[in-house]
Design a protein around this ligand. Structure first.
Ligand code: DMJ
Length: 495
């Protein structure tokens, strides 16, 4: 086990951007025997919620009802083996935490999917648990980027659904603790922040970690009527944008104290992805004209300098931000989120070509590798972590075009996930897509994103759709009509 973790750590640090490597190193470390366990025992559970009728076994497993039944089966396993902890270990039936104390990330991330699926009993239990037993006053350093999309995003969605003022107070408390990360000379947050002391550290951040906050912090400003949250998120975004090159590209890694680029590769995949995603989605929800201008210039530069056509495929590799010279043909499966944004912004031809490219890669192995070199055709990191991006894009493209090719893609992805990732109690990440060996990890975004997008793609809840909702990068949905244009301006401080 130890040998595997060391080998794996080396592999990810070589081939993957820092955000991904650190996330996964965390999970690997906390999965090790004797790793971080919560010191506070979780409160006893009542009887398991009755799910009969909510999610009876589906006649066709590759269907919305089938996805819901599998979500409930996995959730029941989390509840039985990992209650009170961040993660379920789906093979060994154990549990793990990201840090020395649990932050209850799985239930917070799972909540909005429960509401989308109509699992009201389970959702009520999570809401009550958060109210009764969860505090964020913990002396631990947490990763600013990850807790923003999962905990702040999940809590904001819980408030959007419940309108419960106690949930809003807890959400605001968390936001205030997280906001301490933003006290840097540039306004770009530090990598780590201590939830109790407010101490922040880690000046080296990638672009996604630097500037993917306008969406959640904008929501928090809206709900609390205090512009300071959105303004902090926007300052970080503008700090990245203002350091763009003369050809309007941004780099990949920056020092948040000096504002100096540490890595000048321009790229749209893991480590950069949600910076671009939030330019567009924050504009979509809040209509801040400045963000729209930033997005328009950015996407024009990206599509001019980055895509590379090889046979019938189109790849978005890495280029130098100043010269646009190609620097690397290594891509990550996070790239597969990009058809979503391309399609929302009307670049349909590119969106469909890019989805077709990733679809071919999925079918080459039966699942996607985390890292891939599109010139050599060899995985640079063979792990599949139950990630949602290609499923999310299939859902968007199906909704926008009505073309059943995208439904068929989703059916294939789900049947492969069932075939290779399903365990006796839940689902597991895969250590190597060439061997399909399971590695006893169930990331929280499986509950938040992967199962939600399968469910929506298969028609599980047509009322929750991308015409009416905007999803954060962790798939927590927010209804556009809940946000009034005049109120947005005042509450977020948009000029
Ligand atoms: C999710 O945690 C978020 O979507 C993030 O922005 C990048 N991708 C992971 C899941 O793959």
């Amino acid at each position: 086990m130890k040998k595997y973790i060391i080998g794996f750590g080396l592999l990810v640090s070589i081939y993957l951007p820092r955000a991904t490597a650190q996330d996964r190193a965390f999970v690997a470390a906390s999965s090790a025997p004797g790793a971080a366990r919560s010191t506070t025992p979780a409160p006893a559970l009542g009887a398991a919620p009755s799910v009969t009728g909510d999610a009876a076994p589906a006649a066709d497993p590759i269907s919305a009802a089938g996805v819901k039944a599998e979500f409930v089966r996995s959730w029941d396993a989390y509840r039985k083996y990992a209650w009170g902890h961040d993660l379920l270990q789906p093979v060994s039936r154990g549990h793990a935490d990201w840090y020395k104390e649990s932050l209850h990330i799985s239930p917070i991330d799972a909540y909005s999917t429960m509401r989308v699926m109509g699992l009201e009993t389970q959702a009520k239990e999570v809401e009550q648990y958060i109210i009764d037993s969860v505090t964020f006053d913990k002396d631990i350093f947490v990763k600013t980027f990850e807790v923003n999309i999962r905990i702040l995003g999940g809590m904001l969605a819980m408030y959007a659904y419940t309108q419960n003022p106690v949930i809003l107070a807890k959400t605001r408390d968390f936001g205030d603790r997280m906001l301490k990360a933003f006290r840097s000379p540039t306004g770009i947050p530090y990598y780590w922040v201590n939830l109790r002391t407010g101490e922040a550290k880690g000046a080296k951040v990638n672009t996604a970690e630097a500037a993917s906050y306008t969406f959640e912090l904008g929501l928090l400003s809206y709900y609390t009527r205090d512009p300071k949250y959105y303004q902090a998120g926007k300052k970080a975004t503008m700090a990245i944008y203002s350091r763009r090159s003369p050809i309007d590209l941004v780099g990949f890694e920056i020092n948040n104290e000096t504002g100096e680029w540490l890595n000048k590769d321009a790229y749209i995949g893991a480590g950069a992805d949600s910076y671009f995603e939030y330019l567009y989605k924050s504009w979509l929800l809040f209509r801040d004209p400045e963000l729209r201008q930033v997005w328009d210039r950015s996407i024009a530069a990206i599509n001019r300098y980055i895509p590379e056509k090889i046979d019938s495929s189109v790849w978005y590799g890495r280029v130098d931000m100043n010269t646009a010279a190609k620097t690397s043909p290594a891509v990550t499966l996070y790239d597969a989120f990009f058809p979503t944004i391309l399609a929302l912004d009307g670049h349909m031809k590119l969106a469909e070509q890019f989805q077709a490219t990733w679809n071919r890669l999925w079918n080459k192995y039966g699942l996607e590798p985390m890292g891939y070199n599109y010139k050599t055709g060899v995985p640079t990191d063979p792990v599949y972590d139950l990630n949602p991006e290609i499923i999310e894009s299939a859902y968007y493209l199906h909704h926008i075009t009505g073309d059943n090719r995208y439904l068929d893609m989703g059916r294939k992805y789900y049947s492969d996930v069932l075939k290779y990732c399903r365990t006796d109690i839940a689902f597991s990440s895969i250590a190597d897509v060439r061997t399909m060996k399971q590695n006893d990890e169930l990331p929280t975004f499986f509950f938040a994103e992967t199962m939600k997008y399968f469910y929506l793609l298969f028609g599980g809840n047509p009322a929750v759709n991308i015409d009416k909702y905007v999803f954060n990068t962790e798939a927590h949905p927010f209804k556009k009509s809940d946000f009034q244009p005049a109120e947005i301006k005042t509450r977020l401080g948009i000029k």
